[in-house]
Design a protein around this ligand. Structure first.
Ligand SMILES: NC(=O)c1ccc[n+]([C@@H]2O[C@H](COP(=O)([O-])OP(=O)(O)OC[C@H]3O[C@@H](n4cnc5c(N)ncnc54)[C@H](O)[C@@H]3O)[C@@H](O)[C@H]2O)c1
Length: 337
């Protein structure tokens, strides 16, 4: 199949990170073609290319037609379930969706000779940090079904790429946060499970309080430490990774984070400063499957991709998320392509 050099299929492109990747692709002259079941995503978030409301693998035949029509140069695969707690409570749901969607997609790529695959992996594949910051050489021992499902897909990619039928970049994100700086798109999960939007919902009075899970972790203030990466920076890294694997025909496994950790208590304090609001806080028990510290060493990604995250400070990340939260999405209209 002759590929169309600027067509890229984006699975999960109606979701949070996928929609920002569509904007980053558009800004670099690509056409993002979104395939998303809309189970968790939003039509209004698809603003830079066509949307096909299909499910992997249930709509395999219809998705085959999308490959046939658009002849993509590559695929970015965001479609997955990603709530750690839910994956502990309902592991089969996670193994089924995250693995079957990937297998269906890879089979179609093989069928259409589409060679370039960007995979949304996660720092959850590392499990408990044996040292910080975590580089790509850190032992891989995921502690929850979500992280394990992502690692299984990485293993499939390693084996499949040995056949020379694909090159892949597995991008292991730390915590995506923030929103488009012009409030074109942003985070809107239902139910919300991510810390920063939950804190901001408490600041806005949309929730009674922010619940902090665990206060006796082995960290300076007893709460978990995470690395927050601006979603715009994350999205740009995807385009760079795609261009890298197309040009070099090599695989990549890269950590994407800022390289600085913030405790839950610190995030709440910064959110109070940014929003100038009181944020009621409730301390409760630890959750199963939450490692105490996850901070990236992003040196390899910065070097290989020539990637320089623009938003290094958590204040700006929280400010963009807060500005997005003020936006009235009911005024957003569906775009036609
Ligand atoms: N948000 C984070 O901080 C974070 C961190 C590490 C990794 N990730 C990974 O990044 C990816 C995107 O995360 P997000 O926060 O944007 O999630 P999201 O829930 O906002 O987006 C995922 C999208 O995929 C769609 N989808 C799910 N299963 C599907 C299927 N079988 N067929 C078609 N569409 C399907 C959903 O409708 C949704 O729109 C996920 O793979 C997630 O595991 C996210």
């Amino acid at each position: 199949m002759d590929t169309q050099q600027n067509n890229v299929i984006v699975t999960g492109g109606a979701g949070y990170i996928g929609s920002h990747a569509c904007k980053a692709l558009h800004d670099k002259g690509y056409l993002p073609i979104v395939i998303d079941s809309l189970e968790l995503g939003h039509e209004w978030a698809v603003q830079w290319g066509p949307l096909f409301s299909y499910h992997f693998p249930k709509n395999e035949n219809e998705i085959r037609q999308v490959f046939q029509t658009y002849k993509p140069i590559g695929v970015m695969h965001f479609a997955a379930y990603s709530a750690v707690g839910e994956s502990v409570a309902n592991p089969l749901k996670y193994y089924e969706n995250n693995i079957q969607s990937s297998l269906c997609l890879l089979k179609l790529m093989q069928e259409f000779d589409c060679k370039n695959f960007i995979f949304s992996s996660t720092c959850s594949i590392y499990g408990e940090a044996q040292y910080v910051p975590l580089d790509e050489m850190h032992p891989i021992q995921p502690v929850n079904p979500y992280g394990k499902s992502k690692r299984m897909v990485e293993t499939i990619l390693q084996d499949f790429s040995k056949t020379k039928k694909i090159n892949y970049a597995s991008l292991r994100y730390f915590n995506a946060a923030g929103a488009n700086e012009n409030q074109l798109i942003g985070e809107q999960h239902t139910p919300e499970t991510h810390l920063i939007p939950l804190i901001l919902m408490a600041a806005a009075g949309k929730k009674d309080c922010i619940k902090v899970f665990g206060t006796n972790y082995d960290t300076p203030d007893g709460t978990c430490i995470r690395d927050y990466i601006h979603v715009t920076d994350l999205a740009e890294a995807h385009v760079k990774a795609l261009e890298y694997i197309i040009e070099k025909q090599e695989n990549l496994e890269l950590n994407l984070g800022i390289g600085k950790g913030y405790s839950v208590k610190e995030v709440i304090e910064i959110a109070k400063q940014v929003t100038q609001k009181n944020i009621p806080t409730l301390y409760s028990e630890k959750r199963e499957g939450d490692p105490p510290v996850l901070v990236a060493n992003p040196s390899l990604a910065k070097k290989i991709l020539n990637w320089n995250p623009r938003y290094q400070d958590l204040e700006t990340i929280i400010l963009h998320a807060w500005q997005w939260m003020q936006k009235d999405i009911s005024t957003f209209s569906k775009k036609e392509f």
